[in-house]
Design a protein around this ligand. Structure first.
Ligand SMILES: [Zn+2]
Length: 234
C-alpha cells in the first residue's frame, strides 16, 4: 500500500468518525429535548414537554408572560398530558405530552410581551414575543436595525416621489423600504410601537437597515438615524 493510499484511508476513516459522532450527538440531543413552546394563537399558548428518562410520568409546565421591562404579569402551571399525534409519530413514548394554557391578553396593557415555558427547572426552547394591541399576534425579533427616514423629495427618492418599487403608493406610518433579502416584501414589521409594511427598497438599504417613509423632509431630519429592535409580526 502506497503512502498516499494510507493517508487517504486515514483521512476517510477520520471523516467517517467525525460524521458518526456528528450523527450521534444530533440524535442524542433530539432524544433528550425536554419539549418546546410551539405556538401562541390568540389566548392559547401551546407546546409540549416530557421527561425522556421517565416518559410514563407527566411533567408540570409553567408558562410565564413578562412585559417589556421584564416584570412577570402572568404565570400559569399545567400538566403536559394532551395527546399529540406528531409527538407519537416522532417516537416519543405515548405522545401524550402536549400542553396549552390560556392567557387573557385583555387583562394587560398594550405592549410587547415575552412568553416563556419551563419544565423541571429548565427553560423550553421556543421563547417568543407577543404583540398585544391593535395589531396583536405572535412576533419574532429580527434584532437591532439601523433606522433612517426618507420622503418624496428628489434628494430622498431620486424622482420616484411616492411610487414604491412594489407599485404601492407610499404613505406615512405605513411604508418602509427594506432589503428584501432580509425583510421580505409584504412583511408586517413593528418598530417603536408602529406597524409598518415592507413595500419599498432603496439603493442604500442593505441588510439590517430599514428606511421609514415620512411625508416631509423635515420629519426625516427630526428622526435622524436610530437603532431599534425590529419585530416581524406573524
Ligand atoms: Zn426628503
Amino acid at each position: 500500500m502506497s503512502l498516499f493510499r494510507t493517508l487517504k484511508n486515514a483521512a476517510a476513516g477520520l471523516f467517517l468518525a467525525v460524521f458518526i459522532s456528528g450523527c450521534f450527538s444530533f440524535s442524542s440531543l433530539a432524544a433528550s429535548l425536554p419539549g418546546a413552546l410551539d405556538t401562541i394563537e390568540g389566548s392559547l399558548i401551546s407546546g409540549w414537554a416530557w421527561d425522556a428518562s421517565n416518559p410514563g410520568q407527566p411533567v408540570e409546565v409553567t408558562v410565564t408572560v413578562s412585559d417589556s421591562s421584564g416584570k412577570a404579569v402572568s404565570e400559569m402551571t399545567t400538566a403536559a398530558t394532551n395527546y399529540r399525534a406528531d409527538l407519537a409519530a416522532q417516537g416519543r413514548g405515548t405522545g401524550s405530552y402536549g400542553f396549552s394554557v390560556s392567557m387573557d391578553w385583555s387583562s394587560v396593557p398594550e405592549g410587547i410581551y415575552t412568553v416563556r415555558a419551563f419544565s423541571n427547572g429548565q427553560e423550553l426552547p421556543g421563547t417568543r414575543r407577543y404583540v398585544n394591541g391593535s395589531a396583536s399576534g405572535s412576533a419574532r425579533s429580527l434584532g437591532v436595525f439601523k433606522i433612517t427616514g426618507y420622503c418624496p423629495c428628489d434628494a430622498c427618492s431620486e424622482g420616484w416621489g411616492r411610487h414604491t418599487s412594489t407599485g404601492a403608493i407610499a404613505s406615512a406610518n405605513h411604508t418602509i423600504a427594506v432589503d428584501p433579502g432580509t425583510v421580505p416584501y409584504g412583511s408586517k414589521v413593528l418598530i417603536n410601537g408602529v406597524v409598518y409594511t415592507a413595500e419599498d427598497r432603496g439603493g442604500g438599504v442593505k441588510g439590517n437597515h430599514i428606511d421609514i417613509f415620512y411625508n416631509t423632509h423635515q420629519e426625516t431630519r427630526v428622526n435622524g438615524t436610530q437603532y431599534q429592535e425590529v419585530f416581524l409580526l406573524a
